[in-house]
Design a protein around this ligand. Structure first.
Ligand code: ZN
Length: 107
């Protein structure tokens, strides 16, 4: 695993932690959606994506899965497991997946 790959995986984990806080704040507005940060590997990306909360929760149930804007997926790090109009659901493969899973287990 290259340093770049390790950094890319960690970057996505940071965005996930921010988005989990967004989801927590939006709890209670049942059936609603929230504006989440794109969870892609690009550190400079600040795109926001409107995602229904129930969809976000379903993605978050998988430690290796992330939400990214279409075109922001990295085939060398992840594979697309879901396609919507505004976003893709990607699943980390290989070492990037292992990094994501380790981070998700942190208390
Ligand atoms: Zn992005």
């Amino acid at each position: 695993m290259t340093l770049w790959e390790e950094r890319a995986a960690r970057n996505e984990v940071v965005f996930r932690e921010v988005n989990e806080q967004v989801a927590g704040l939006e709890q209670g507005s049942a059936g609603g959606s929230a504006s989440f940060l794109c969870e892609c590997a690009e550190p400079a990306c600040i795109d926001r994506i409107g995602v229904p909360l129930d969809v976000y929760e379903a993605v978050r149930a998988h430690p290796r899965r992330f939400i990214v804007r279409p075109g922001h997926e990295r085939p060398e790090l992840e594979r697309v497991v879901g396609t919507q109009d505004d976003f893709l659901v990607v699943e980390k493969v290989g070492d990037a997946g292992a990094v994501a899973e380790r981070a998700a287990r942190r208390p």
